[in-house]
Write a protein of this length. Structure first.
Length: 320
């Protein structure tokens, strides 16, 4: 067994305490992410208080028309398909149906409904952040391994689209890291890339480690690198959702992806190393994961909530 802390299927099962801690982590993150939405609602309320006396006055406020449409339930996506007349008609019906009956409390009614729409947007953002939070945790552990082992590295900041040196790294940059590259003691190259569409597989893979460097993450040079199956060292699936209700579905999705990767690389006579990392692992799926781990279909695996397993796996990812 490569991972010393995964000796049986039961080792992979997420505990009740880990579920609780995971939900707490996401709740705190959601509270943090909600701050800009609440600030927008406060700013909108101030404008309404200053510039309206009656609900119909809202129709005259072109500078906040998009926000008014959001309060009426028009999503950003739907807004693109509606004309100015369409939006005015929706707003007029919204005012007649919901704001005018509220009387002098129409501004509060407006803000409540605006917050409902923003809540949907926040929910969508949090669903996207589940994967990002998992990436962030894995990134922290990988960089810690590189630092402890004294391996020089660079990381790609997806916001500035530049490579930064190890000395520039700070923990608050983790959210913006898309790729990390380092050299082993024998001068072998490794480059980790998150969420890469792998041409050989014709699918997006959560975690990819190459055995060569790319100067960019796009363009002709990069496309040439990722089209060559011999440039791949490790591929894996990373599922950060903590809700046990969705655990089995996450594993089915990951297993399908890993099977496709395995079969695609075998067509090139390559037995590619595969890994699976999951936050919510229930008993049934743990048996399936451990079976694949035992027979070599999966080279390594870990529960994202068990630090010893994750540290061990990250050491393997860095040094293999």
């Amino acid at each position: 067994m490569i991972n010393n802390y995964v000796q049986s299927a039961s080792d992979l099962v997420t505990t009740h305490e880990s579920h609780r801690n995971g939900f707490l982590e996401y709740a705190l993150r959601k509270s943090k992410e909600s701050i800009p939405y609440i600030d927008k609602a406060k700013a909108l309320k101030l404008i309404l208080e200053q510039k309206t006396k009656l609900p119909k006055d809202i129709l005259m406020l072109d500078e906040i028309k998009n926000s008014c449409c959001e309060a009426a339930g028009v999503s950003v996506k739907a807004n693109k398909y509606l004309s100015k007349d369409d939006l005015n008609e929706i707003l007029l019906e919204f005012i007649k149906e919901f704001l005018e009956p509220a009387g002098s409390q129409y501004i509060d009614e407006f803000i409540y409904r605006y917050l409902l729409t923003l809540g949907d947007a926040l929910g969508g953002r949090m669903r996207n952040l589940v994967g990002s939070i998992a990436n962030e945790k894995l990134t922290r552990f990988i960089i810690s391994q590189l630092q402890v082992l004294g391996l020089d590295f660079q990381y790609f900041n997806k916001t500035s689209k530049t490579w930064l040196k190890a000395n520039d790294y700070s923990i608050n940059q983790v959210t913006d890291i898309r790729s990390i590259k380092w050299s082993l003691k024998n001068d072998e190259k490794r480059q980790l890339i998150y969420n890469l569409s792998v041409p050989i597989v014709k699918n997006n893979i959560d975690l990819v480690i190459l055995n060569c460097f790319s100067s960019t993450l796009s363009g002709e040079e990069f496309n040439k690198i990722i089209q060559n199956p011999t440039n791949y060292e490790i591929l894996g699936e990373l599922k950060g959702g903590i809700d046990p209700a969705g655990a089995d579905e996450h594993w089915k999705t990951a297993n399908t992806a890993l099977t496709r990767v395995r079969e695609s690389f075998r067509k090139h006579d390559i037995d590619i190393a595969l890994v699976f990392i999951g936050a919510a692992i229930e008993t049934k799926m743990s048996n399936e994961i451990f079976t694949q781990y035992s027979n070599g279909d999966i080279m390594n695996c870990a529960n994202l909530t068990v630090e010893n397993q994750l540290v061990n796996l990250c050491n393997w990812l860095v040094t293999r």
